[in-house]
Design a protein around this ligand. Structure first.
Ligand SMILES: CC(C)(COP(=O)(O)OP(=O)(O)OC[C@H]1O[C@@H](n2cnc3c(N)ncnc32)[C@H](O)[C@@H]1OP(=O)(O)O)[C@@H](O)C(=O)NCCC(=O)NCCS
Length: 483
């Protein structure tokens, strides 16, 4: 398998659809394009196709549609066009219309359908937080849809190929996405790398082990009032497995937009809490939530609790769980090793429901993706060779990880005789499983048990134990930014 070397920061490659991906589409007479975001008809056609792909409709108001277009700014959107798909009255015919004649709603809809691609995908540069808190450049992929009429013709494969080529051109060490189905992305080298859970609370069973921390002051505020400070708290709170938040993300989360995306529900008024430290006078955390009344009791849905320290987090939960007249509290996209049960007299007052994978990681550049994370502190000279298989050729090869007593690591690509030195313990695995190991989502032993990895060397069990130890983490990785 030939190694595809990263070509850093290639602006031209970002502006055009990958020729490598286009070759996959030629036989089906389909055309991949990077959508020009100054062309409103093309953008609306793309948005309509994307919403149809997820079985949604375009947002109902012009303001929301404008906001939806704004969510694309700063990202690279691609469409796969079937030029054979053109219907009467398509956008090309608009010039034939009388100048003063406005299109009817139906004509506008047909025009948008004619501009609709058969496949959509979106990508943008982001930062990916690693174990230890440092970040690497990554490429986020979203909005992957294929029209029902065009399934199983290789469109998704071509679009992911294009997105990975764009990721390489942007200088990303890894590509990341969240998956609607677990069976789609493994073949492209993505592995599940974080877990999220939905929590349900029974407020009647909540009683706290300790008194409230006097230093923390919780206040109700308008979400928009957090606009300047919330991103700073998020940056301080970021953990392994999280990605950077774009400004549009904040605009919808803090209700500057009327559009609601991701975790922020379909309806309801968003309320916000801020928690400040009396000692430092600084914002230490915030919560976003919605309440609705019921016949017997109300319901409170927590959209986000974000805190830079455990005392601030405890103060926010204490406030949320003591809201009067509320009989049920739930919270989505929470980490699996959460603080709350340890703060309560009855840990069963909170139950984890519906735990599932959240972030999927596709390592593109093994050296930069691995070197920036921290590792278990290890005796000087600790070495592990990683033999990575990659069917797409981006990361294929042997790499030497060396870790020191402080847990700092270096990673180098091995060539020639260094790849056959039998004295170096070696873990052989696929790049998708390397993505699942990156933050300690799984262990080398589990992968080996499933026949997905193997330890080469004098003693396989020792090699696996070494890999388990090196990759292990104190806290479970968590994506708190659905995208
Ligand atoms: C999932 C989806 C994008 C696949 O598109 P597609 O163009 O039909 O996929 P392709 O023809 O390129 O198939 C690529 C490979 O994935 C496989 N595949 C496609 N859809 C799959 C699915 N839902 N589950 C498992 N495998 C799937 C194909 O068999 C093919 O395998 P191969 O290349 O090893 O032979 C499409 O069905 C879709 O739009 N679904 C609804 C929206 C959605 O779920 N998007 C994913 C967002 S994360």
């Amino acid at each position: 398998m030939s190694q595809r070397q990263p070509q850093r920061l290639n602006a031209d490659a970002l502006e055009t659809f990958s020729s490598n991906a286009q070759r996959r589409l030629d036989a089906a007479r389909l055309q991949g394009r990077v959508v020009d975001q100054s062309d409103e008809v093309a953008v609306d056609g793309w948005l309509g196709a994307m919403e149809r792909g997820f079985l949604d409709a375009l947002p109902p108001t012009p303001r929301m549609r404008r906001e939806l277009r704004d969510t694309l700014v700063g990202s690279r959107i691609i469409g796969i066009y079937d030029d054979a798909l053109s219907i009467e009255g398509d956008s090309a015919d608009q010039s034939d219309r009388e100048i003063d004649e406005d299109p009817t709603d139906e004509e506008a809809m047909h025009s948008a359908i004619a501009a609709s691609p058969a496949g959509t995908a979106q990508g943008w540069p982001t930062g990916l937080t690693l174990v230890g808190g440092s970040s690497v450049d990554a490429w986020a992929i979203s909005a992957v849809t294929v029209a029902g009429t065009h399934r199983r013709r290789g469109i998704a494969r071509a679009m992911i190929t294009d997105q990975l080529d764009a990721a390489i051109a942007s200088g990303a060490s890894a590509a990341v996405l969240t998956a609607t189905e677990g069976g789609i992305y493994g073949r492209f080298g993505f592995g599940p790398a974080t877990r999220s859970t939905t929590l349900r609370f029974d407020p009647r069973r909540v009683s706290w082990r300790d008194r409230a921390d006097d230093d923390m002051t919780v206040r109700l505020v308008a979400p928009q009032a957090l606009r300047a400070e919330a991103p700073q708290v998020f940056e301080r709170a970021r953990n392994a497995g999280d990605i950077g938040r774009r400004d549009v993300w904040w605009q919808q989360a803090l209700r500057v937009f009327s559009l609601r995306l991701f975790n922020h529900g379909d309806s309801g008024t968003t309320l916000a809490l801020r928690v400040d430290s009396a000692k430092t006078g600084r914002l230490e955390g915030f919560a976003l939530y919605r309440v609705s009344g019921g016949e017997e009791h109300g319901r409170l849905v927590v959209d986000e609790v974000c805190a830079a320290d455990p005392a601030a987090e405890a103060a926010l939960w204490r406030h949320l769980l003591s809201t009067d007249l509320v009989g049920e509290v739930s919270a989505r996209s929470q980490p699996v090793d959460f603080l709350l049960p340890w703060l309560l007299n009855d840990p069963r007052a909170v139950a984890a429901k519906q735990t599932s994978d959240s972030l999927w990681v596709r390592v593109l550049d093994v050296c930069s993706a691995l070197a920036a994370r921290s590792w278990s502190r290890s005796p000087a000279g600790t070495r592990l060779r990683l033999r990575v298989g990659d069917a797409l050729g981006y990361a294929d090869g042997d790499y030497l990880l060396q870790v020191d007593e402080l847990g700092a690591g270096t990673v180098e690509r091995l060539r020639g005789a260094a790849t056959t030195d039998a004295s170096v313990p070696t873990l052989e695995l696929d790049v998708a499983d390397l993505g699942s190991l990156l933050f300690g989502y799984t262990s080398a032993s589990l992968l080996a048990g499933a026949g997905r990895a193997c330890g080469l060397g004098e003693c396989e069990a020792e090699t696996l134990a070494l890999a388990d130890d090196l990759f292990s983490t104190a806290r479970a990785p968590h994506l708190r930014t659905p995208f």
